[in-house]
Design a protein around this ligand. Structure first.
Ligand SMILES: *Cc1c(COP(=O)(O)O)cnc(C)c1O
Length: 235
């Protein structure tokens, strides 16, 4: 039976191979372990294998896990990667180090106001709705990306780190096109902001193609923790 530690190592090897195939330095690509719906014991197993970055999608579930692991694993970096309703922004401001799914100035304002002053600025990525599907979140074009970036830059408790996308997985050609557009948007954003260093894209299915298109942070869930069971999840 493969363990979480084994699968973590396999994911790392996939990143290294993908980086080499694109003539990139593997150290430029960070692995975010996506632990949504998974128990604290799974996070602990990955932690003991050396993993320090974890991603959660649900506010309350994330808060519970941060609290459960605070003493034992104080050096975990927690990333919020799910959709955020404005009435729950305080939990993200209080408990997380990163927020990948920022898409509105109003939420940015709330996070900035709610971020505790004894904490480092919240690292944020702007989510881009790269597939253009109505069901997906995110800014829809370059102008709205730049407008939101300019707004974030005025907020002292937020630090703009980059862009995040969840591409459509209809077919490989469409996927490559979307990833390519993301890379161009990322290059544009980097020209304007020194703090921008993160292109958050790539999941278990498509990490190789994402790395080929400049991803600097891949978000890997099922390839590390196994398939998810949503039936027990209420939030
Ligand atoms: C669940 C999730 C992931 C991980 O997906 P896998 O296919 O399990 O690797 C990555 N990013 C986001 C935003 C997610 O919601």
């Amino acid at each position: 039976m493969t363990t979480i530690a084994d699968r973590l190592e396999l994911a790392q090897q996939r990143i290294t191979t993908a980086a080499k195939n694109s003539a990139r330095n593997p150290d430029e690509i960070q692995l975010l372990a996506v632990s949504k719906t998974k128990p604290v014991s799974d996070i602990l197993a990955a932690y003991q294998a050396g993993q320090r970055r974890f991603g959660e999608n649900y506010v309350q579930e994330g808060q519970q896990k941060v609290e459960a692991l605070l003493q034992q694993c104080p050096d975990i970096e927690w990333h919020f990667i799910g959709p955020l309703q404005s009435n729950k922004s305080r939990i993200v401001a209080d408990y997380f180090d990163w927020m990948h799914t920022l898409e509105r100035a109003k939420i940015a304002d709330r996070l900035n106001a709610q971020r505790p002053s004894d904490k480092a600025p919240l690292n944020v990525c702007i989510q881009v709705n790269i597939s253009g599907e109505a069901s997906k979140s995110g800014v829809v074009d370059k102008d709205s990306m730049l407008a939101l970036a300019a707004h974030i830059a005025t907020l002292p408790k937020l630090k703009l780190r980059g862009l995040m996308a969840i591409p459509s997985h209809s077919d490989d050609k469409q996927l490559a096109k979307e990833l390519d557009t993301m890379q161009q948007l990322f290059n544009t954003l980097q020209l304007g902001y020194e703090s921008v260093d993160t292109l958050s894209m790539g999941m278990s299915q498509d990490l190789e193609l994402a790395v080929a298109h400049g991803s600097t942070m891949v978000r890997i869930g099922s390839a590390i923790f196994g398939e998810r069971d949503y039936s027990a999840n209420a939030n």
